[in-house]
Design a protein around this ligand. Structure first.
Ligand SMILES: [Cu+2]
Length: 190
């Protein structure tokens, strides 16, 4: 009977992981906004940008937000932008993975610090390109951790893996580990 409790807990963990995976808006430079004399490398450090998140640039109209190539970012080359915005408030949805580069298109401002590089990783939500590698990666983890458990329990745990893996890439690992811990707890105390 205790096993049902574990299943409920596991479901809650999976659901909470899904909600944690929801899109976030990042205000570039926080309260300082998009301006001179802000260290955007420092601002971006430690942040994890995912597909579906958005960057919000707040700036006065003496600045612009220009999406540029990596080489134009490095050399602070203006006038060659992929996209340029100057409305004062620009929200940019991060739709693709990889590095994204933004500079201010006003002469001298990029070298003055108005340059931002971010790395966007794939979101945990369902995507058109599933990552099959995550499923084989999960299975050895489950079985190696599960060797101490009776085979029926391991089989029951393993059957949950594909369902979770299809909805997220990283979160299921956390959920599966949590479930294994919960199962062991039940085995010891139940
Ligand atoms: Cu500027």
């Amino acid at each position: 009977m205790a096993t049902y409790g574990v299943v409920v807990v596991c479901l809650m963990v999976v659901l909470s992981n899904v909600s944690f995976g929801s899109a976030k808006d990042y205000t570039v430079g926080d309260t300082a906004g998009w301006a001179l004399s802000v260290d955007y490398t420092k601002w971006a450090k430690g942040k994890t940008f995912k597909v579906g998140d958005s960057l919000v640039f707040n700036y006065d109209t003496s600045h612009t937000v220009d999406l540029v190539s990596s080489s134009d970012y490095t050399t602070c080359t203006i006038g060659n932008s992929i996209a340029s915005y100057n409305s004062g408030t620009t929200t940019i949805a991060l739709n693709t993975t990889g590095s994204h580069y933004y500079i201010c298109g006003i002469m001298g401002h990029c070298s003055g610090g108005m340059k931002l590089r971010i790395k966007v990783t794939s979101d945990g939500s369902p995507s058109p390109s599933p990552t099959p590698s995550s499923i084989p990666a999960d299975s050895p983890t489950t079985t190696s951790l599960g060797t101490a458990l009776p085979p029926p329990t391991v089989a029951g745990t393993t059957s949950n893996v594909p369902v979770e893996s299809s909805s997220a890439t990283i979160s299921p690992l956390v959920a599966v580990v949590f479930c294994l811990v919960a199962f062991m707890f039940e085995l010891i105390h139940g």
